[in-house]
Design a protein. Structure first.
Length: 141
């Protein structure tokens, strides 16, 4: 994915993303000088347990709840939860879809999501998925 860098002073409206093929991406590394990436988030289920080695994740929920396990600690996340780097974690929505923002610092995780999506849509095996994860500093936990 070529990093999306809109012109200075850009506005992303509620029903838009930075590009037509990225409706959930509101800010990228390219649009923030590498400082952060912001995504709208709709979770019905959740990711496998994993560890980020390069970025911190802040999840700000607008609606719904998440059951979270982070570094052996289990809790139910309400709005404003934070998941630091280098700590294995997973989360699952409780009672349906949880919606909010995923704020990642520094930016760049949008490129991981793009690469992972590309591999998964080609019917990749688990070794190809692990290769993409390794390239972006994501370790299965």
């Amino acid at each position: 994915m070529t990093d999306i860098a809109p012109p200075r002073g850009y506005i992303v409206h509620a029903d838009q993303g930075l590009a037509p093929d990225t409706p959930d991406l509101k800010a990228s590394a390219g649009s923030t000088g590498g400082q952060l990436a912001v995504f709208t988030l709709a979770v019905d289920g959740g990711p496998p347990r994993h560890t980020h080695t390069r970025e911190d994740e802040s999840i700000y929920l607008f609606s719904g709840l998440l059951d979270v396990e982070c570094d052996g600690e289990e809790f139910q996340a309400a709005p404003g939860s934070f998941l630091p780097r280098d700590r294995p974690h997973t989360f699952r929505s409780v009672g349906g879809t949880a919606r909010g923002l995923l704020i990642v610092t520094p930016g760049g995780l949008e490129n991981y999501f793009h690469a992972l999506h590309a591999v998964l849509t080609t019917g990749a095996d688990s070794s190809q998925v692990r290769a993409v994860q390794a390239e972006y500093g994501i370790r299965p936990a």
